[in-house]
Design a protein around this ligand. Structure first.
Ligand code: GLC
Length: 643
């Protein structure tokens, strides 16, 4: 291990602080410096590491000194309770601030609504200044230090985060760290010929290198942004653009880029952001001959960035947005030497995909097999469980998993696309195909959760029975993600069964990107209808709020207890066990429209012979045939009955 840095170098910065504060800074550096050093040394040459570390120490000391007292207090609170985000009381909500409530101030006014639902974590989709025009939903950032003008100012953001915090809600914001908008100042400087900034990007004078990379690179947006490089006249070169041509990938092999993002992270921390969503993190390191995703350097760099954040603003944690295959996914919560040292949270993409796949197939065999095969994650981390978000669903179903249960991966993925776009006989789902890729046959799917469970179609047909069945399906899937462990995140509108946005293509710049179909504006009138029993809004809202309530009042759902998928007894019922020190928690999820059995003899071995279903509040009912029978699309959460 390398020696600690020389604190004399920051004596001036910390000069006005109390001895206790200075001591706290030094203790934190002692705690996290080894992580920082190891991370940087794995990526950069020794001389650059030394120089970068000196700058980072200064940066962290300055941020530590300038931390607002309220946030400094939060730092202490979180250090006393480092597993705060693992609590079963955490429930998330994600939305675009403008689509939810117009402005940041508007969001503040809706805090009561979020509290009514039981929310403790609010992800506001990109809120920093994007480029003008098409900005990939805000993921093409033109300035990390300014809030989107139509939403408000950085002062408004600071105020909102404080208002949320006062109500027990943590603010989550995006850090887009794979690319910037081509209008960002770094890109402008590069285009103006500044060599320093040209090195912030991957620029190639001719097609030689791009062609060599392309041989193994997939395409993220084959429809509207084919290829991974874009010619730029001013640069007189090809610039790396994994996503859209206006999103320039930054060059993390350049230590100056690392420094810039460390600075931005601490700036966002100073505004009261508690969780940083590391957007498209899988793509941040490029290696010739690979798909340039999930490279080991990504994890080394995350470890170093997290160490900087821990030293200066430990109230802030990281969430990895890596929508990748299961074996790659678990790396983002730290495996091997990065165990527990990278992101604290990561999206459970596999659970999301398999939840939909099991519902469509009315069979849990494949999902149970795949989810069982996922390697364990560090007990200090947590999954983000979710059903829908602002993005499409890509059918990340592994060929090996499919083959292991006698299915063909390609065909099953095609089935999921067919099913959720309503092409499969009997399906009333209303998804849209997003980014058909003829080379791989992939057909990703856009569409809101309500549309995908058939609620839109049932309501439109005025079919009361089908409407209730669709609501049951949506509540079933939500019970699954709320009962898994980790932070469940509700996508805006699901709580009232919001339909697809029929007018999505009418808005300027959206027509090419059908992900806007599931990014509607919040119709507050419809939300208001949650107060009128019998409406779809009321049935969804009260159903979901009930599951949330049960979750929050149960001690069994803390994330440090892993979820284990048990062997199935019935191909329609997914059994998920959590072995909590207080006793077992068994979630049973009937993915079919029929009554399905769960053999009661299996309960004894789990300590659940005498158990109660938390969701209905009733003791289990064993039928004469020895089975517990689950109603169509029902879920139960069994725990030992208290005596
Ligand atoms: C993430 C976002 C997605 C965006 C991409 C590029 O995957 O969720 O919406 O297109 O990153 O920033």
């Amino acid at each position: 291990m390398r020696d600690l840095p020389n604190f004399l170098a920051v004596a001036d910065v910390l000069g006005d602080l109390t001895p206790e504060q200075r001591d706290m800074f030094e203790l934190r550096v002692e705690q996290w410096w080894p992580d920082l050093h190891e991370g940087l040394a794995a990526v950069y040459p020794p001389r650059e590491v030394e120089d970068l570390e000196a700058r980072l120490l200064f940066l962290a000391a300055t941020a530590f000194r300038d931390r607002e007292p309220e946030l400094a207090r939060l730092d202490t609170k979180r250090l006393l309770d480092p597993g705060w985000f693992q609590s079963g009381k955490m429930v998330g909500y994600a939305c675009y601030a403008d689509r939810f409530a117009g402005t940041l101030e508007g969001v503040e006014q809706q805090i009561a609504y979020l509290k009514e639902l039981g929310i403790t974590y609010l992800h506001l989709m990109p809120i920093l200044k994007p480029r003008a025009g098409d900005s990939d939903g805000g993921y093409a950032v033109a300035d990390y230090r300014q809030v989107r003008a139509d939403l408000g100012t950085t002062e408004d953001l600071r105020r909102l985060s404080a208002a949320l915090r006062a109500e027990g809600i943590s603010l989550v914001a995006d850090l887009v760290l794979n690319h910037v908008a081509k209008e960002h100042a770094w890109a402008e400087a590069a285009r103006a010929g500044d060599e320093k900034y040209r090195d912030y990007f991957y620029v190639f004078p001719d097609r030689y290198m791009p062609d060599a990379f392309e041989r193994t690179l997939p395409e993220v947006f084959p429809d509207f942004a084919p290829g991974n490089f874009t010619w730029d006249d001013d640069l007189s070169g090809w610039v790396w653009t994994t996503f859209n041509s206006f999103q320039w990938d930054v060059n993390w092999a350049n230590p100056d880029v690392f420094y810039e993002y460390a600075d931005i992270i601490l700036f966002l921390g100073s505004l009261g952001v508690e969780v940083l969503r590391l957007d498209a993190i899988a793509f941040t390191w490029k290696t010739m001959g690979t798909n340039c995703q999930n490279q080991p350097q990504v994890h080394a760099l995350t470890q170093a960035l997290r160490a900087v954040a821990r030293i200066a603003a430990p109230a802030m944690i990281f969430k990895a947005e890596a929508i990748v295959a299961p074996a790659d996914l678990v790396q983002y919560l730290g495996q091997g030497k990065h165990y527990g040292k990278v992101s604290d949270l990561a999206y459970h993409n596999s659970l999301m995909v398999h939840a939909w796949s099991m519902l469509a197939a009315k069979d849990v065999t494949l999902g149970a097999h795949a989810l069982r095969g996922l390697p364990p994650v560090p007990a200090s981390t947590a999954w983000i469980t979710y059903l829908r978000c602002h993005d499409d669903i890509g059918w990340a179903i592994d060929d090996g998993d499919a083959a292991a249960v006698g299915l063909n991966g390609y065909q099953h993925r095609a089935f999921c696309s067919d099913y959720f776009t309503g092409q499969f006989p009997g399906s009333t789902a209303r998804g849209h195909v997003f980014q058909y890729n003829p080379a791989t046959g992939d057909r990703r799917v856009s569409g809101g959760a309500a549309a995908l469970v058939g609620l839109d179609a049932a309501v439109e047909a005025g079919d009361r029975v089908a409407t209730q069945q669709a609501i049951d399906r949506l509540l079933l899937l939500y019970a699954l993600i709320l009962g898994w462990g980790g932070i469940p995140v509700i996508w805006m509108g699901d709580e009232i069964g919001l339909p697809n946005d029929a007018m999505w293509a009418q808005e300027p710049g959206h027509a090419d990107d059908n992900r806007w179909v599931h990014r509607p504006r919040m119709p507050w009138g419809r939300a208001e209808a949650r107060r009128y029993p019998g409406t779809v809004s009321a049935r969804m809202f009260s159903g979901l709020a009930h599951i949330i309530d049960v979750r929050k009042s149960s001690p069994y759902l803390d994330a440090w207890v892993p979820a284990e998928v048990l062997d199935e007894s019935d191909p329609g019922v997914l059994p998920v066990l959590r072995r909590h020190p207080l006793g077992s928690f068994l979630g049973l999820y009937n993915m079919t429209p029929q009554w399905r059995p769960w053999p009661s003899w299996r309960l004894g071995g789990l300590g659940l012979w005498d158990s109660v279903d938390l969701l209905s509040g009733r003791p289990i009912n064993v039928a004469d045939d020895g089975n517990v029978w689950l109603a169509p699309h029902a879920s139960v959460w069994l725990v030992p009955r208290e005596r």
